[in-house]
Design a binder for this molecule. Structure first.
Ligand code: ADP
Ligand code: ZN
Length: 726
């Protein structure tokens, strides 16, 4: 590690770290980022393969900041361009996008700004760039970044023909570095990207695809009602955050949306059958936090940069693991715990098989579907399955999936694996698929096996003691665990991996799960409840919730999505550090200079207020107690008498808990009319409002109404009509 450091261009490195702190508020690069940055800044092409949330953007934004000229960023989606340029501008970095969804006058002025050397980054679509390439060529271009570069590959799951013409960049401007970025990592796609873009000796960053903060679960066909209940529980568990419910069909998305709305969940729908305006409205509601759930088809999500998506539910099984991984990867981009839940049914498999058969690439797509199905039905660590799919073999389980938490019974499968491995090696190492392998192991004298002479190899019949189903199951576990990989480009034959070789040579062992014949899915009753943990009540968590409320409020006022103000990870760091002033604020991870000045004051005020509260009331625990009693369904009057305090004290607690986001249904302690009367008065005539209201209402009820008003964004935190309550 140190040796590597020594080879850095130290001057460039310290400039880069300086810019990282100033503009992004981060103190260090993530592993691998700087190496790409240095390569690109010194003129070399690069390929960056990192999972969603891995930090790809810095790999081209930083070289853009370090170089003269403007970086041209090619992106497949307008929403994605808008999001990134908005985020850059919020950090004080001049950036713009040129695309067909805004008027040409704006596009022209963006282009003028680029020619006048006023922009560091200019985003556009491949069509646009290619159509006007001769014009764009005249810009002083520091580098090209090709985002979502897997779109270039026919092997990928999101092929876009326009991408294939991007080779023109290297042909016409060979000296300008090109960096290609994607979150898709299968080998074929990788090689395709390099070949099709004509990259020359690119620097490659292949980051780990592990997203350990996303917990993984799968349930077989629990039925519509339990699914909806499950989602509603997730919404309750993360009241301030949001989630995505993916469905296979538009109709499914609509029905899910309707079912959730009927349960009182703030939900929106998103699919390709809606008009652009409707989709835009849904997207906006989701991004700015008005909607807690978006019920969507796969049309939704590419480039969604919202950092506080806490969960992704798949109502149906997707057709392949790449799509699945990309979709769940939208959760937890801030690195905080997030959940991915897959519901699957045999009906999904039938529908998906039909899609695959009609796709024109039947072989590949059916195999990919098979791998997805194996994931859904897995009895081994689900994360190992995902990672081995991306050629990232692991030799230990993750501890954060349903299988790891509740493991099926295991046995030492090393000898079984060796039998299978040896059979594959003896048939040539890459010549047979699972079906033939099982027949060899079971000693089936089929004509094809005899014809190939496989009946004469030593392992023929070595596994005759196990049934065909058992072998099928064990070999699919071996594939899932990375002992074999399946060559989609070569007849779907089995290939022995490096890990497989280790097992064959006796250098590694393999635990397998005992085969259990398929059984009807257990009733899921009670399952949904079990996953809902208690509302967090420690002080960091409390302050974190309050900071989020400040962010929501700011977001409404400034008209920018909350995650573009600060990410959850940044707010959590802020809640931990409790900065006292702007300097302290700048120490918080993710607070750069521009945002510290623009937003810092509001958050500092919230921290101060929180510390005041924490210091003046003995009630850290008392508050928690109130919450527990409240959640248990006690009335406020009963809570007061149980605790032996006045009702007014409980009202004050409730107001604090509302502002902290711990309570978000209000009907049981204040009527709509009371709320509206109080809020109207506070809003329309703040001067002396408190005294006038006190004639009709207790001060506890007034503070509750005010808290609700603030959480709803109707009242501000600053101009409090009654500071004595603070
Ligand atoms: P990707 O494009 O790979 O999906 P992003 O570039 O959007 O990921 O980065 C994901 C998150 O990680 C963003 O919130 C980003 O600000 C943050 N991030 C990136 N690099 C760093 C770093 N060096 N230190 C801290 N946070 C970082
Ligand atoms: Zn696991």
């Amino acid at each position: 590690m140190q040796e590597q450091q020594a080879t850095y261009n130290t001057q460039l490195y310290s400039r880069a770290v300086g810019l990282l702190t100033k503009f992004y508020g981060y103190r260090s690069f993530r592993p691998g980022q700087y190496e790409v940055i240095e390569a690109v800044a010194s003129g070399r092409d690069a390929v960056v393969l990192l999972p969603t949330g891995g930090g790809k953007s810095l790999c081209f934004q930083m070289p853009a900041l370090l170089s003269d000229g403007v970086a041209v960023v090619v992106s497949p989606l307008i929403a994605l361009m808008q999001d990134q340029t908005q985020a850059l501008v919020a950090n004080g970095i001049p950036a713009a996008a040129i695309h067909s969804n805004q008027d040409e006058a704006y596009n022209r002025s963006a282009m003028e700004a680029a020619f006048a050397r006023k922009l560091k980054l200019l985003y556009t679509s491949p069509e646009r760039l290619l159509q006007e390439f001769d014009y764009w060529k005249r810009l002083n271009i520091s580098l090209f970044a090709i985002d979502e570069a897997h779109c270039i590959s026919q092997w990928g799951h999101d092929f876009r023909p326009d991408y294939t013409s991007l080779a023109k960049i290297k042909e016409e401007l060979p000296e300008v570095p090109v960096v290609a970025l994607t979150a898709t990592a299968d080998r074929l796609t990788r090689d395709d990207i390099i070949a099709q873009l004509k990259l020359r000796d690119p620097y490659c960053l292949l980051g780990s695809f592990d997203r350990p903060n996303i917990s993984l679960r799968a349930y077989s066909n629990p039925g519509m009602k339990p699914r909806m209940k499950f989602i509603a529980e997730l919404v309750k568990k993360y009241p301030q955050d949001s989630g995505i419910a993916y469905c296979l069909s538009r109709d499914g998305a609509m029905r899910t949306h309707q079912a959730l709305s009927a349960m009182g969940v703030r939900s929106v729908c998103y699919h390709a059958g809606m008009s652009a305006a409707e989709r835009d409205r849904s997207m906006r509601a989701f991004l700015n936090g008005d909607a807690q759930v978006v019920c969507a088809t796969v049309a939704f999500g590419m480039g969604i940069d919202k950092s506080n998506i806490r969960w992704v539910v798949h109502n149906n099984m997707p057709g392949n693991i790449e799509s699945y991984y990309q979709e769940i990867g939208r959760a937890g981009r801030d690195g905080l715990p997030a959940e991915a839940i897959l519901f699957y049914s045999y009906g999904d498999v039938i529908t998906l098989r039909k899609f695959a058969e009609e796709s024109g690439r039947q072989g590949v797509n059916l195999e990919k579907l098979g791998r997805m199905q194996a994931y859904a039905e897995a009895k081994v660590c689900r994360r190992r399955i995902l990672l081995s799919y991306f050629s990232e073999e692991r030799d230990c389980d993750c501890g954060n999936c349903d299988i790891c938490r509740n493991p099926p019974s295991r046995f030492d499968g090393t000898i079984l694996a060796q039998k299978a491995l040896s059979a594959v090696m003896r048939t040539g190492g890459t010549d047979i698929g699972i079906f033939t392998l099982v027949n060899i192991l079971r000693g089936a004298r089929r004509s094809d096996i005899v014809r190939e002479g496989y009946d004469r190899i030593r392992t023929f019949g070595a596994g005759a003691d196990l049934s065909q189903q058992q072998w099928n199951d064990y070999i699919s576990q071996m594939v899932q665990l990375g002992v074999f990989e399946i060559a989609y480009d070569d007849g779907n034959h089995l290939r022995v991996t490096a890990y497989g070789m280790k097992i064959l040579k006796g250098q590694a062992t393999l635990a397998l799960s005992t085969y259990v014949p398929p059984q009807p899915a257990a009733k899921t009753k009670g399952k949904a409840k079990a996953i809902i943990e208690n509302v967090p009540t420690d002080p960091v968590q409390q302050l974190f919730e309050q900071l989020k409320a400040v962010r929501t409020d700011l977001s409404r006022k400034e008209g920018i999505p909350p995650y573009l103000i600060f990410s959850d990870a940044t707010l959590l760091d802020m809640a931990t550090r409790r900065p006292a002033d702007i300097d302290g604020m700048l120490q918080v991870n993710g607070v750069g200079e521009k945002k510290a000045v623009r937003f810092g004051k509001r958050f500092l005020a919230a921290v101060r207020k929180f510390e005041g509260l924490a210091a003046s009331s003995p009630a850290g625990t008392s508050l928690k107690e109130t919450l527990i009693l409240f959640n248990a369904g006690e009335s406020l009057g009963d809570i007061a008498s149980l605790k032996g305090v006045k009702i007014g004290t409980i009202h004050t607690h409730i107001a604090q808990l509302i502002e902290g986001g711990f309570i978000n249904t209000f009907g049981s302690f204040i009527s709509r009319k009371e709320y509206e009367t109080i809020v109207n008065e506070l809003q329309s005539n703040p001067e002396g409002a408190y005294d006038r209201l006190k004639e009709d209402f207790s001060s506890g009820i007034i503070s509750i109404a005010r808290a609700i008003g603030r959480v709803k964004g109707v009242l501000s935190y600053e101009k409090s009509p009654n500071s004595t309550l603070e």
